[in-house]
Design a protein around this ligand. Structure first.
Ligand code: NAD
Ligand code: UDP
Length: 323
């Protein structure tokens, strides 16, 4: 586990997954430097960590030459837009983060002889023709569609990571993360979980894209963070799927969130996204076998914790608006 590490670099450390990973590393006694350019986050996302011993934050774009940052024994490379709304808004930045950002992070790991973990994604499988998706499946990606800026950036990042491993002996690991949710997702993040919760709590229409028959498999963020730490603690190259294999349709999730929040929000069907994957579910046998990892937080429990956090966040925002 991460106790073996003294100091970690987390690129994208202010983001949703990154902030939880930083917290888990600190809990395990690892000092953490979070590097972020706040492209899709704000420093407020790690306000809870700023006073913790061993935590540092630096504002920097990972695609630019890295300043002197000190020594690390593990590098987690998470810096990249991740929400479809964000990467469609930041197409070239997203490609640069996957290409130049990954190269910079790998070179830093090489100089430090550090373990390197790439936060890749289930999007490398595209709109999959194989279901559930094992790591051996090469995917079905439209290389020139709007989503390609993310899918191909991550596929390139995986290829670059393997090249650094083969040619330069860097100790790399690739995690293919499936849809992750939890507290500290931005309300305006654009992904379905924060959208549906924010809409349900405010009484606004719940926007289902397309038919709502498309599926996803949701992993609670603590489980995803444990998966990344489990991969870091081995020398396994991956790619290894990190996700929760309990699949649900988008419409089913909207109904669940409506029911848990007691919302009367109507459902509104909107245009489906281009190249939207129709089914997505991880085969996690490799993670179970090689990392001894599997998710433990049920969707009922994870949604309850996430919804409670969003309710608290709305209360704080309402108080602030009165000041
Ligand atoms: P997020 O948008 O909340 O976090 C990404 C962070 O990276 C943000 O803080 C952003 O400001 C930062 N960033 C972006 N470009 C940067 C750059 N050039 N330099 C420095 N910082 C930069 O997204 P997230 O959900 O936390 O995702 C984190 C990582 O996990 C991403 O690499 C994403 O591809 C991967 N991932 C996430 C999910 C998920 O469901 N959350 C699924 C698959 C993969
Ligand atoms: N989606 C939706 N309504 C929303 C946001 C997303 O129906 O307000 C759909 C989206 O079209 C996709 C699924 O929910 O089919 C998951 O989208 P998300 O943006 O969360 O992540 P993705 O898995 O596509 O990266």
């Amino acid at each position: 586990m991460s106790e073996q590490y003294e100091r970690a670099l987390v690129t994208g450390g202010c983001g949703f997954v990154g902030s939880h990973l930083c917290e888990q590393l600190l809990d395990a006694g690892t000092a953490v430097l979070a590097l972020d350019n706040f492209a899709t986050s704000t420093p407020a996302n790690v306000a809870r960590l700023l006073d913790r011993p061993g935590f540092e934050l630096i504002q920097h774009d990972v695609t630019e030459q890295l300043p002197t940052l000190g020594c690390f024994d593990v590098v987690f490379h998470l810096a990249s837009a991740a929400s479809p709304a964000a990467y469609l808004r930041l197409p070239i930045e997203t490609l640069r983060a996957g290409a130049l950002g990954t190269a910079n992070a790998l070179e830093l790991a090489e100089r430090n002889r550090a373990r390197f973990v790439l936060a890749s994604t289930s999007e490398v499988y595209g709109d999959p023709a194989v279901h559930p998706q094992p790591e051996g499946y090469w995917g079905h990606v439209n290389p020139v569609g709007p989503r390609s800026v993310y899918d191909e950036a991550k596929r390139y990042a995986e290829a670059l990571t393997m090249a650094f491993r083969r040619e330069r002996g860097v100790n790399t690991g690739i995690a293919r993360i499936f849809n992750t949710y939890g507290p500290y997702m931005r309300t305006d993040d654009g992904r379905m979980v924060p959208n549906f919760i924010a809409q349900a709590l405010s009484g606004a229409p719940i926007t289902i894209a397309g038919t709502g028959e498309q599926t996803r498999s949701l992993c609670y963020v603590d489980d995803t963070g444990r998966g990344l730490l489990a991969l870091a603690s081995t020398d396994h190259p991956g790619p290894v799927n990190i996700g929760n294999p309990h699949e649900i349709s988008v419409r089913g999730l909207a109904e669940e969130i409506r029911s848990v929040t007691g919302s009367t929000s109507p459902v509104q069907y909107v245009d489906g996204a281009i190249d939207d994957p129709k089914r997505r579910c991880p085969d996690i046998s490799l993670a179970r076998r090689e990392l001894g990892w599997w998710p433990v937080v049920t969707r009922a429990e994870g949604l309850r914790r996430t919804i409670d956090w969003f309710i608290g966040r709305r209360a704080v925002a309402a108080e602030e608006s009165l000041r």
